[in-house]
Design a protein around this ligand. Structure first.
Ligand SMILES: *Cc1c(COP(=O)(O)O)cnc(C)c1O
Length: 509
């Protein structure tokens, strides 16, 4: 395999002789404005004579669209579209993202005319079937989490966090808890957690986890203080190091005694679904990424969907609408039906097409199938961990949940970094894992294979990873710094791109 790959590399270094960068049916794609000089517009009408402008001052001047023909435009965008990498192209082991296969059955059902052709402004009496789908999904998510209040409307995980934290804020508001202004979160938390807390006007207090990878009761107690100002805690479980928070029960007990609520970031639910209900470890509010755990497409394949599930106590405060069953059929609740609600956070009712896909996925798996999903996800991650722990540094001992965390520590002495590993994976036809996250370990490599990959795929990944570590240890790191070699672009100056973005193209005269 590796000999073959080397040959590919050598071939890719060949350049064509025509100076346009097109190699192997891969085009060097210029901007449409840059193409205009060599192309001819498809439509070229003469300016009509003697026709007065009917729009007066609103008459449009030159807007500077590139003058190119239709085939040029079509080819430009089709070629760009082939530059996307997706779960349908290959293995995509991004930690924390749950890039699993999206069964085509979901797509088929979402396209049924009765689901695909309805409009959210139709009278409720004409969309009873769709409302029933939402009602059933609410019921199942409530059962899987043990949290019976379910609102499907948030449009993604981060939006679910906002909805969930606003639910907590609303509850405190109506209870007269104006003094509760602090949200606790571990230092390993996903960036959206502190961002959400800040957006809701809360002050953050961080729980350190650096030494252990997990929260400890002691560290939590210190962050809690006497707890009078603590509104709640935002924690991902299993956490972003891929570890189950083993001291969660006594921690949540202390939090609840202080009058705080436990917001669980449910992005990692793929490790638990069907095996444990988050309510049983004290969760009060949680969002679910349908586009992670329940196989609705993401990463450019579809809109996200981040329903929230809350305890019975908090259900009156969550956003509207939710679907309720009345004697006259299914009904979308409004502010009038539930005046304690924090209000509406999304136009219409959420990403209905994703609700259909998630329900299809859940029903086609059944209870036993969902349990197997999480067990296989955990098994696959542990298989990778067990195979690679001799080759890479493992920051925290013991088995992992649905993703495993490695670091660059043992490669560093040979001058090889996590970035070199990622770029060498690209060179060898594998999309990298999540790199440099979580921030609590240096040079993190967070690998989430998911349950839908075959052992052959995992074995190829392991083989390439072992080879990279061996090259580093053999002192051939300088070769790894050169990767990727076969891609249209090599290593980009990502810092410069972020600091000095060029957002407008200017004609050079
Ligand atoms: C993916 C993820 C989120 C955010 O979800 P989006 O749907 O991308 O907004 C939040 N927290 C964690 C831990 C995640 O992995």
């Amino acid at each position: 395999m590796i000999a073959e790959l080397k040959m590919d590399q050598a071939m890719s270094e060949q350049q064509n002789d025509f100076g346009d960068g097109n190699v192997g049916l891969h085009y060097e794609e210029s901007l449409l404005w840059e193409k205009e000089a060599g192309d001819h517009p498809g439509v070229d009408l003469p300016t009509p004579k003697g026709l007065k402008s009917r729009t007066g001052v609103a008459a449009r001047g030159e807007i500077g669209l590139p003058q190119v023909s239709e085939p040029t435009v079509v080819r430009h965008f089709v070629r760009l579209s082939t530059w996307n990498y997706s779960i349908d192209s290959g293995f995509f082991p991004l930690g924390s993202c749950t890039m699993k296969h999206n069964p085509r059955l979901n797509e088929k059902v979402a396209r049924f005319a009765g689901f695909g052709n309805i409009h959210p402004m139709q009278p409720e009496s004409t969309i009873q079937g769709a409302l029933r789908v939402m009602h059933e999904l609410q019921g199942i998510l409530g059962e899987l989490t043990g949290l019976p209040g379910v609102c499907l409307s948030p449009a993604a995980g981060a939006h679910g966090e906002l909805a969930g934290l606003m639910t907590i804020r609303r509850a405190h508001e109506l209870k007269g808890n104006a003094h509760k202004t602090v949200i606790l979160t571990p230092d390993s938390s996903h960036g959206t957690n502190p961002a959400t807390a800040a957006m809701c006007g809360y002050t953050l207090r961080v729980i350190p986890t650096k030494e252990t990878g997990r929260m400890t009761v002691e560290a939590f107690k210190e962050a809690l203080g006497d707890g009078h100002d603590v509104a709640g805690m935002m924690v991902t479980n299993p956490n972003t190091c891929g570890l189950f928070e083993s001291e969660i029960l006594p921690i949540v007990d202390l939090l609840h005694k202080a009058g705080g609520y436990f917001y669980c970031d449910g992005a990692n639910f793929n490790a638990l679904v069907g095996t444990i209900r988050p309510a049983d470890f004290g969760v009060d509010v949680m969002h679910i990424n349908l586009h992670k755990t329940f196989s609705t497409p993401h990463g450019g394949g579809g809109p996200g969907s981040g329903p929230i599930c809350v305890t019975e106590e908090l259900a009156p405060y969550m956003p509207v609408p939710t679907v309720v069953k009345t004697k006259d059929g299914f009904h979308l609740e409004t502010e009038d039906d539930r005046p304690t609600t924090l209000g509406r956070l999304k136009g219409f009712n959420g990403q209905f097409g994703m609700h259909v896909r998630a329900l299809t996925y859940i029903m086609s798996h059944g209870a036993d199938g969902l349990k197997q999903v999480s067990e296989d996800a955990v098994l696959n991650a542990n298989y990778i961990l067990s195979q690679l722990k001799g080759d890479y540094s493992v920051p925290f001992e013991g088995p992992c949940m649905h993703e495993c965390l490695l670091t660059e520590k043992s490669l560093k002495e040979n001058g090889v970094t996590t970035l070199d590993v990622a770029k060498t994976l690209v060179e060898n036809g594998i999309h990298p894992m999540t790199v440099y996250f979580p921030l609590v370990v240096q040079g993190a490599m967070l690998i989430e294979p998911t349950e839908t990959e075959s052992k052959e795929t995992l074995d190829r990944f392991i083989k390439v990873m072992k080879w990279i570590a061996a090259e580093a240890k053999a002192g051939r790191g300088s070769v790894l710094h050169e990767n990727p070699k076969s891609t249209p672009r090599r290593r980009l100056d990502e810092v410069k791109a972020a600091r000095e973005p060029k957002l407008r193209w200017k004609k050079s005269n």
